[in-house]
Write a protein that binds this ligand. Structure first.
Ligand SMILES: NC(=O)c1ccc[n+]([C@@H]2O[C@H](COP(=O)([O-])OP(=O)(O)OC[C@H]3O[C@@H](n4cnc5c(N)ncnc54)[C@H](O)[C@@H]3O)[C@@H](O)[C@H]2O)c1
Length: 311
C-alpha cells in the first residue's frame, strides 16, 4: 500500500484515477481547490473516509509542501484549461506553471518515489506529420500549452537533482462525467444533446477534422503504468492511435442513441486539423487500448441520455 497524492483529483480525470488507486489498495489524498469541481463525484469516498481530501491551491507553496510530505507517489493533474489560459494568461501561468513548480520542488524535497505529470498533446500544436510521435516538432500556441511544455522541462531540470518522474501527453480525453464545456471534446455533448432532441448535429465543412479520442479509463491505465514502470524520466503519448473524424463521431452517436436524424453539413471552408497519436512507446510498457471510440462514445451518449440534468 502506497501513500499517493493526486493534485486536481476532484476533476474529471482525477476522480476516475482516485477511484482506481483506491481500488488498488492505496492510501489516497486528493488536493484540489475545487475551482472546477464540486466534489460530487468523490462524495462517497470522502464521507466513508476512504480518501483524504485537502482543499488547497497549487499556488500555495506551503500547502503543497505539507500535502506532499510523506507521499510515495504524486500525480500532478491540477490545472486550468486552454480556454481559461487564453482569457487569463497570467493567472493560468501562475497555476499551470508556477503551481507545477511548487509541486515538483516539494516532491524533490520530500523524496517522493515518483511524480507522474499530466501533460497534453497540445504541446505539438497543429502537426504537419501524422502520427504524432514524442519526438515530433513542438509548437505550443497558448499559455496552457506553453505551461505544459515548460513544466515538462522543469521536470527534466529537477530530474538532474534526483527527482524521479514520468510524463504523459494526453490526446482528446473523454468519458462519463466530463463537463460539457471541455475544450476539444465539447462537440461530443453538443451533438448528443441535439440528437436527443431530434435535431441534426451540425458539421462545419465536410467533417474531416479529426481527433484521437481516448477514453478516461485508458488514461487511468496509463497513469498506473507510468507509476509502476521500470522506465523513468520518459515522455509518453496517451491516445488510441486512431483518428475519428467529426463526421464519424456524428454517425457513432446517432447510431448509439437510435434517433432518426442525419447530420447537417454547414458548407464552408474550415481548417482541417487532424490528430493521431503514435502510441508505440507507451505500448512497450504494457499500454493497451481497452475502450474503442465507438464503445466509449456510446457509453457517454447513454449516460447523458439517462442523466441529462448532470451535464
Ligand atoms: N481532458 C483532456 O482532454 C485533457 C487533455 C490533455 C491534458 N489534460 C490534463 O489532464 C489534467 C486533468 O484534466 P481534466 O480534464 O480532469 O480537467 P478538470 O478541469 O476536470 O480537472 C482539473 C482539476 O484541477 C483543479 N484545479 C484547478 N486549479 C487549481 C489550483 N490552482 N489548485 C488546485 N487545484 C486546481 C480543478 O478544480 C479540477 O478539479 C489537467 O492537467 C489537464 O491539463 C486533459
Amino acid at each position: 500500500m502506497s501513500n499517493v497524492l493526486i493534485t486536481g483529483g476532484s476533476g474529471f480525470i482525477g476522480s476516475h484515477l482516485t477511484r482506481e488507486l483506491v481500488k488498488m489498495g492505496n492510501n489516497v489524498t486528493v488536493f484540489d481547490n475545487l475551482f472546477r469541481s464540486d466534489n460530487n463525484s468523490l462524495k462517497d469516498l470522502i464521507e466513508s473516509k476512504k480518501i483524504k481530501f485537502i482543499k488547497g491551491d497549487v499556488r500555495d507553496e506551503q500547502a503543497v509542501d505539507s500535502a506532499v510530505k510523506g507521499m510515495d507517489y504524486v500525480f500532478h493533474l491540477a490545472a486550468v484549461c486552454i480556454n481559461y489560459s487564453v482569457k487569463f494568461p497570467k493567472e493560468s501561468l501562475e497555476i499551470n506553471l508556477m503551481g507545477s513548480e511548487n509541486v515538483f520542488r516539494a516532491a524533490l524535497k520530500r523524496k517522493v518515489k515518483r511524480i507522474i505529470f499530466s501533460s497534453s498533446a497540445s504541446v505539438y500544436g497543429d502537426p504537419k506529420v501524422l502520427p504524432m510521435k514524442e519526438d515530433s516538432e513542438l509548437k505550443p500556441v497558448t499559455p496552457y500549452c506553453l505551461a505544459k511544455l515548460a513544466s515538462e522541462h522543469l521536470l527534466k531540470f529537477y530530474g538532474r537533482s534526483g527527482l524521479n518522474y514520468n510524463i504523459l501527453r494526453y490526446f482528446n480525453v473523454y468519458g462519463v462525467g466530463q463537463k460539457a464545456d471541455a475544450y476539444y471534446t465539447s462537440v461530443i455533448s453538443l451533438f448528443i444533446k441535439r440528437i436527443l432532441s431530434s435535431q441534426a448535429p451540425v458539421i462545419d465543412g465536410e467533417g474531416k477534422q479529426s481527433m484521437d479520442f481516448v477514453n478516461v479509463k485508458d488514461i487511468v491505465q496509463a497513469n498506473v503504468l507510468a507509476m509502476n514502470s521500470e522506465t523513468e524520466s520518459e515522455i509518453y503519448n496517451v491516445g488510441t492511435g486512431i483518428s475519428t473524424t467529426i463526421a464519424d463521431l456524428a454517425d457513432i452517436l446517432i447510431k448509439s442513441l437510435k434517433v432518426d436524424v442525419k447530420p447537417e453539413f454547414n458548407k464552408r471552408d474550415v481548417i482541417v486539423s487532424e490528430r493521431r497519436a503514435d502510441i508505440s512507446k507507451i505500448q512497450k510498457i504494457g499500454f493497451k487500448v481497452t475502450v474503442s471510440a465507438s464503445d466509449g462514445l456510446s457509453e457517454v451518449a447513454k449516460d447523458i441520455a439517462e442523466n441529462l440534468e448532470k451535464y
